[in-house]
Design a binder for this molecule. Structure first.
Ligand code: AMP
Length: 634
């Protein structure tokens, strides 16, 4: 067995040899002629000239050898449904969906926006796009019309696939009216909307000529064979939007061959999942974890994937462990927030079930605090592996890699740089930090296979956003602070930008500010992330009203706060809702007009606000402190 150090070193010293070997983990229709083309840095093209297909690797190749083996188990504790799909059945369902899409005019390179709850048809739709070379863009179902409209305009989809409603905590969450509103708001109007009617929203209205019922269309294609469209490795497979420092989300564009190889390699070396085993990722298909480790990763590895609609607490906090026992789950993937939620409940729920099939639990998406890490590892008595990555990379940057070498797991650290990533901690002048010195987590390009190939439709933005940390050297910025200790373990210390992380979900404070600014009573607003015990961070808003009369009485304040929160719900979705909206008459700014975000955040967290000598109006600070309850209003 090689060491992770040697493995990593080989991947950096000789990426061609390293990745050509890993590329054998997937099936190629046509072999590649060159492993890496890095002639136009920072753009990297992997497996040049090779032709493959994500759906073929995830479904067909297993269906051919093991048609009756389990490919996907759909479990909804919301609708009390459990459906098991074999690889043959999954292939058939994907072909039905693909044929339906083709009948609506979708072809190679066309975008298909998927706005769906966690139902099997969402997975079929993603795989169907991959099969026919269409580019999917899944938008998380918790996002509302404003967010959706921005993404529709950027991706300009030919088709949108959606459903009447999702279910959460026993309640139907209607989707269709949000989608209709989003299409009204958007400049781009998709020609067709393919609707899965779950019968959950009795009031949903079909728009004649545009909306098509999937159940009806599907019956026309029950036995249709839809051949795989072979794609050159660099052809885009999907776009996934993520928040940044501007109000406009970035479309992370993923390739085909590089992504397939990266996922296959990660399943082997990091997640240790193999043919015939079962993986349960508790994320949502709207997030990158859902793309990589609910849909593509486990299926490419020939595993059965569990697709779960529901919360970790219903019908009781033992539900996830019950699923592990019933389906003999070998690999589980979740987020630290979920672990913190479970920690608040009786551990008897965990110990009631036979968890002996489980080899590892992986947690990612946000910092895993030491007490939670220690607690869950102690309870489960198995390695709980913190892994650090981003929507942009598509798979882990830092992790323990038990498939290569079993290294000591230390609490509060996602361990070591993963093979393929030439990761260093940089000082702000571009030099490399010493051990134990805080700096910016950067990656020296080329980025390994699977990472974003560009920002959809905007190569310039790809370079200017991610590769402009220093003039020299050209480095990918993760926008995270980090430290590498003397033993090589890495610690992530939070974002360098205005992005916040709520329960593992990335939110841009600017997007929330823009939504609030849309309210007619608000003149100006600042949103900051404030530490939260359960969710890691929560947004908190500080707003200046246009007319003081609108907050003249406590009742008026409360009513306006409610109205502002609703504004966020309607535009972005409840996921972005601030914990509070505090009203001020002026925001703390520097004399040059720059918002003192870090100071606002520090005060909201009860910390020292730092150097405030540049503040323009000291009264702003007093008001802020008053609003936060530091001083009684005079
Ligand atoms: P997203 O693109 O939504 O997955 O968010 C990526 C960001 O989440 C990273 O840039 C980090 O700030 C944070 N993050 C993800 N995983 C971890 C982790 N294991 N430890 C600390 N922060 C993490």
């Amino acid at each position: 067995m090689t060491s992770i150090k040697a493995f990593h070193q080989l991947s950096i010293d000789n990426p061609d040899v390293f990745w050509a070997e890993e590329a054998k983990l997937i099936d190629w229709h046509k072999p590649f002629t060159k492993t890496l083309d890095f002639s136009r840095p920072p753009f990297a093209k992997w497996f040049v000239g090779g032709e493959t297909n994500l759906c073929y690797n995830a479904v067909d190749r297993h269906a051919a050898k093991r048609p009756n083996d389990r490919a996907m188990v759909f479990i909804s504790t919301e609708t009390d449904t459990e459906i098991v799909y074999s690889f043959a059945e999954l292939k058939q369902e994907v072909m039905r969906m693909a044929a339906a899409m083709q009948s609506l005019g979708v072809g190679q390179g066309d975008r298909v926006l998927i706005y769906m709850p966690m139902i099997p048809e969402a997975t079929f739709a993603m795989l169907a796009c991959a099969r026919i070379g269409a580019i999917h863009s899944v938008v998380f179902g918790g996002f509302a019309s404003g967010s959706l409209a921005t993404r529709i305009d950027d991706a300009t989809p030919k088709l949108i696939v959606s459903a009447d409603a999702g279910m959460r905590g026993g309640k139907a969450v209607p989707y269709k009216h949000l989608l209709d509103d989003a299409i009204t708001l958007a400049k781009h109007k998709p020609a067709k909307v393919l609707m899965v009617d779950r019968g959950l929203d009795k009031e949903f209205q079909k728009i004649a000529g545009r909306d098509v019922d999937y159940a009806t269309l599907r019956t026309q294609f029950m036995d249709t064979e839809v051949p795989v469209t072979w794609l050159e490795s660099s052809e885009p497979s999907y776009i996934l939007y993520t928040s940044g420092t501007t109000g406009k989300p970035k479309g992370v564009q993923r390739d085909t061959g590089g992504y397939a190889v990266a996922l296959a390699a990660s399943m082997k070396h990091i997640y240790c999942g193999g043919v015939g085993e079962t993986m349960f990722s508790t994320s949502d298909i709207g997030w990158v974890v859902g793309h990589s480790y609910i849909v593509y990763g486990p299926l490419i590895a020939g595993m059965c994937t569990i697709m779960y609609e529901g919360t970790p607490l219903r019908p009781d906090p033992g539900i996830w462990w019950q699923i592990v026992e019933k389906y003999k789950v070998n690999v589980m993937f979740s987020a630290p927030t979920a672990a913190r939620v479970l920690k608040k409940h009786d551990t008897a729920y965990m110990h009631k079930y036979d968890l002996s099939s489980l080899k590892h639990l992986f947690l990612a998406g946000e910092p895993l605090d030491q007490p939670t890490h220690e607690w869950i590892m102690g309870e489960l008595k198995l390695p709980v592996i913190d892994n650090y990555w981003q929507t942009e990379t598509g798979w882990p940057i830092l992790a323990a890699m038990p498939g290569i070498e079993k290294t000591e797991i230390r609490f509060g650290t996602p361990s070591f740089p993963v093979y393929g990533y030439d990761l260093r901690i940089f000082r702000e002048d571009g030099t490399v930090c010493d051990a134990d010195e805080k700096g910016i987590v950067g990656i020296v390009p080329p980025l390994p296979p699977g990472c974003l190939s560009t920002v959809w439709g905007d190569d310039e933005r790809f370079v200017s956003t991610y590769f402009s940390l220093f003039r020299e050297p050209q480095v990918y910025s993760s926008f995270d602070w980090g430290i590498k200790d003397k033993d090589g373990y890495h610690y992530i210390l939070g974002r360098t930008d205005d992005v916040i992380n709520v329960a593992g979900h990335r939110l841009g404070t600017r997007e929330i500010e823009e939504a609030i600014q849309g309210h007619p009573a608000i003149a100006e607003v600042a949103v900051v992330g404030v530490a939260d015990q359960l969710k890691g961070q929560m947004p908190m808003a500080f707003a200046v009203v246009k007319d003081a009369a609108s907050i003249a009485t406590p009742e008026k304040r409360l009513a306006l706060e409610k109205a502002v929160l609703k504004q966020v719900d309607d535009s972005l979705g409840a996921i972005a809702r601030p914990s509070r909206v505090h009203f001020l008459t002026v925001l703390p700014k520097t004399r040059s007009g720059k918002l003192l975000r870090r100071s606002i955040q520090a005060l909201a967290e009860g910390r020292d606000p730092g150097d405030l000598t540049t503040i323009e109006d000291p009264a702003a600070l007093e008001q802020l402190q008053q609003a936060l309850g530091f001083k009684a209003p005079s």
